[in-house]
Ligand binder design. Structure first.
Ligand code: MGD
Ligand code: MGD
Ligand code: MO
Length: 740
């Protein structure tokens, strides 16, 4: 049979285009071949290049996810201790009645602030989105406490808000073809995708001659596929290298003074810091070499190249910013982009890690309306504010939610938590300090988890509700921050057992807690309404039914989108949305916070658990916890094809392994004061000496001694945040020894 014949569906097979809505870095049209109500095959997009949106390995293995034998199918009630994983089946009526009576009891006994809604990115779509439907329900119920701080990118968000005044600062990815030099700085799109077609455009850029450099403690897949040069760097020290690059540019007069004068404020203060006029310390490449481990000659060369090869795109990732002082990394990247005049021009890049396009339709999803949360009724407006403290008056920092469960108001948090609803996350596993979190989860009076799987977090639920998967209901979703297209998630199959979506759960719970106007529409009525309410969608999608049957609507761009093009072309008419109207290398709003850890100009700042910390004597290795190629975080954890492809192992350099008598594949113990993980080692020169990497998302599986056997990176990380709000999941010192 020829390949062509093989892809032709038989007469009894239907092909439906749909999508998944994982927090995965991409968003891809998938063709589901359905026979007798079962998906028998999944194909990727077959549109012509360059519009074609190729799915990655994860959705190609999606059948093993959606048909996984461990899918939860019925409501469950806990019978063993929290975390033990012992449950018995109950009816939906019993589950919802129990939840309703607990909600009412907690509200009456403690007030609404004792109800804690903990939301994550497990499903990024418009209608069946757990976070939105639960916020709607709990607001109508009198309010709830929630958390603040994007676990992915809060450091980046703080930094762009300071410097540009907006978070939408990316270029459409085909613009990479205009770049002559591309620096992938803590950015690995071959793995984290960064918008479905990013790798496609990078490969094209390379083919037309762009030079590509990777700066990363890891020789990433992207570096292997694209880079002319790999520059390994000690984690958390990038700002020192960037500041010394600025030093080289200033000393050699390579910076773009016209650009700086016209579009920025505060470069002089930054220059004073760089040259040491401010503090007596010249930030020379030699200074940076001692901190970063990068040879000064390499720093000088990269500085010269970035300042002279035009246009150039410094693509700074979110990984280095997801660390203590992560904000400074992002601010430094943006400052270098301004010093080289690469902001707002084709082939350049404004920096910021976020890379979302500055057009509504490619970034902001429509969602079910959520009334104002009464518990936050008196909260001050924080729009444009850089003051984290103001945000944390009513909310709990995301990386502190378990600490808040433990200590409540006495610990300085806004509420004493009694009832917890985890929605679309596996945060026991995904936030810092998992052993401490597991202790904290013993404390609340009642915990609800709607889930597809018995995750480590789900094991702590009192009531566990079985949830349908992406392709088991209809919905709308959008590209992870790139584009340009919209997607309709078609319902392809029926959910297994008694699974319901979060929206269906909320609809059925509402009347039980006395809310009778929660929903008056069918799924289709909602989806049509949401399309019509989103101005850009309503404009771009004239024919809803066609959109629905095709599953995707592609938007034709007359030219690549370049963030800040208008600001650069006509700055008088189009100021930057900052208080000064300019790119703020010096931020007065940051100065007003008066916190030395959030200085008004970007700086290199030492931090806890860096190599200068006395703790480094005991725990000499720096742990980074990059995102896994074969999962979206902890989602798709048990998919056999994917597990086989990249088993969860500890990346360790041969020099560090040899010093510890470790051989490839040996079980090793990775530990610090927060916990112990036993996992096989992968000895590889793809990670620099002194640094080890354990992918985030391995499922926490403590044995009876409390040693994690599942490879959960957060057993080792800290439940702390940086001064601008970054969750500090890439800042942890550890030791490794042979044996379990
Ligand atoms: N050490 C370390 N930790 C990290 C990171 C890191 O870099 N290092 N990265 C962080 C980042 S960037 C992120 S975004 C977070 C992600 O952390 P989480 O948001 O916790 O993401 P997942 O682990 O994918 O868990 C999502 C869960 O949602 C469930 N789910 C899927 N669809 C639905 C649905 O419709 N309804 C319900 N109720 N549940 C659903 C899935 O089964 C899955 O268990 O992890 C963070 N944790
Ligand atoms: N396959 C896959 N793709 C994903 C996800 C996933 O779980 N799996 N998650 C999605 C989500 S929600 C998010 S937020 C994004 C996350 O996207 P990123 O934050 O960009 O991903 P990470 O893998 O955490 O980090 C990127 C790179 O930074 C490097 N790095 C870490 N610390 C440092 C440092 O101090 N300095 C330097 N120079 N480099 C450092 C890591 O080695 C890694 O190669 O990915 C999205 N895409
Ligand atoms: Mo994320």
């Amino acid at each position: 049979m020829s390949a062509k014949e093989k892809t032709q569906p038989s007469r009894s097979t239907k092909v439906i285009t749909g999508a998944t809505a994982h927090d995965c870095g991409g968003r891809c049209p998938l063709k589901f071949h359905v026979k007798d109500g079962v998906v028998i095959r999944i194909e990727g997009d077959d549109a012509p290049e360059p519009q074609q949106l190729r799915a990655c390995l994860r959705c190609r293995a999606y059948r093993q996810f959606v048909y996984h034998p461990a899918r939860l199918k019925y409501p469950l009630k806990r019978t063993g201790a929290r975390g033990e994983g012992k449950f018995e089946r109950i009816s939906w009526d019993e589950a919802l009645d129990t939840i309703a009576s607990e909600l009412k009891r907690v509200k009456e006994t403690y007030g609404n602030s004792a109800i804690f809604l903990v939301i994550g990115g497990g499903y990024l779509a418009a209608l069946h989105s757990g976070p939105a439907v639960m916020a709607r329900l709990l607001s109508m119920f009198g309010g709830y406490t929630t958390h603040y701080g994007n676990v992915s990118s809060e450091g980046c968000i703080w930094a762009v808000t300071a410097q540009y005044g907006t978070t939408l600062v990316g270029n459409s990815r085909e613009d990479l073809l205009n770049s002559r030099l591309i620096i992938m700085w803590g950015w690995d799109p071959a793995k984290m995708i960064s918008g479905t077609n990013t790798m496609f455009h990078l490969i094209q850029a390379k083919e037309v001659g762009a030079k590509i450099v990777a700066v990363d403690p890891i020789y990433t897949d992207s570096a292997a596929a694209l880079a002319d040069e790999w520059i390994p760097i000690r984690p958390g020290t990038d700002t020192a290298m960037m500041i010394s690059m600025a030093y080289v540019m200033v000393k050699d007069n390579l910076h773009d003074e016209l650009f700086l004068n016209k579009y920025t404020i505060g470069f002089d203060q930054f220059k004073d810091y760089v040259l040491g006029t401010e503090d007596g310390l010249e930030k020379t490449p030699k200074w940076a070499e001692a901190i970063t481990g990068v040879p000064s000659a390499t720093i000088e060369r990269l500085a010269t190249e970035y300042a002279t090869i035009k246009p150039a795109a410094l693509m700074d990732g979110m990984g280095p910013a997801r660390s203590a002082m992560g904000e400074q990394f992002t601010r430094c990247a943006m400052t270098l982009a301004a010093m080289t005049g690469n902001v707002g021009i084709p082939g350049g890049h404004a920096g910021s890690g976020l890379m979302g396009l500055p057009v509504g339709h490619m970034f902001r999803s429509p969602a079910i309306p959520v009334p104002k949360n009464p518990v936050e009724a008196a909260a001050p407006s924080v729009r444009g504010s850089l003051d984290l403290i103001r945000r944390l008056v009513y909310r709990i920092h995301t990386n502190k939610i378990f600490d808040a469960m433990l200590t409540g108001k006495a610990g300085g948090y806004p509420a004493d938590i009694k009832f917890v609803w985890f929605c679309c996350n596996n945060f026991l596993n995904q936030l810092g300090n998992t052993n401490k979190a597991a202790e904290a989860l013993k404390k609340p009076e009642f915990i609800v988890v709607p889930e597809l799987f018995m995750t480590p977090t789900a094991k702590f639920a009192d009531i566990l509700l079985p949830v349908s998967a992406d392709i088991e209901r209809n919905d709308l979703t959008r590209p992870w921050p790139s584009g340009p297209y919209y997607m309709y998630i078609n319902k392809v199959i029926e959910p297994p057992g008694e699974c319901k979506s979060d929206f269906e759960i909320a609809c059925e719970l509402a009347p039980r807690v006395g809310i009778h106007d929660y929903n008056d529409k069918t799924e289709d009525e909602w989806l049509r309404l949401l399309v019509s309410l989103a101005p850009d969608m309503a404009k771009d999608i004239p024919d809803y039914d066609k959109f629905r049957s095709e599953g995707i609507h592609r938007v034709k761009l007359p030219q690549p989108i370049v963030a800040f093009r208008e600001q650069i072309e006509d700055p008088e008419k189009n100021p930057f949305p900052t208080p000064s109207g300019k790119i703020e290398i010096y931020s007065q709003r940051a100065a007003e916070i008066n916190n030395p850890l959030c200085p008004p100009i970007p700086k290199y700042l030492g931090t806890w658990e860096d190599l200068n910390d006395p703790l480094a004597k005991k725990y000499p290795l720096q742990l980074i916890t990059a995102h896994p190629k074969v999962r979206a975080h902890s989602t798709m954890h048990d998919v056999p094809w994917l597990k086989e492809l990249v088993p969860q192992r500890l990346w360790i350099n041969p020099a560090d392994a040899e010093a510890r008598g470790i051989k490839d594949g040996d079980e090793v113990m990775l530990f610090n004061d927060r916990g112990k993980v036993v996992i096989p080692a992968w000895i590889t020169e793809r990670i620099m000496p002194g640094v080890v990497c354990l992918y985030e998302g391995g499922w926490y599986q403590p044995d009876d001694k409390g040693i994690d056997r599942g490879g959960c990176a957060n057993v080792l990380t800290k439940d702390e945040y940086s001064a601008g709000g970054a969750s500090t999941l890439n800042t942890a010192l550890v030791q490794v020894r042979k044996g379990g």
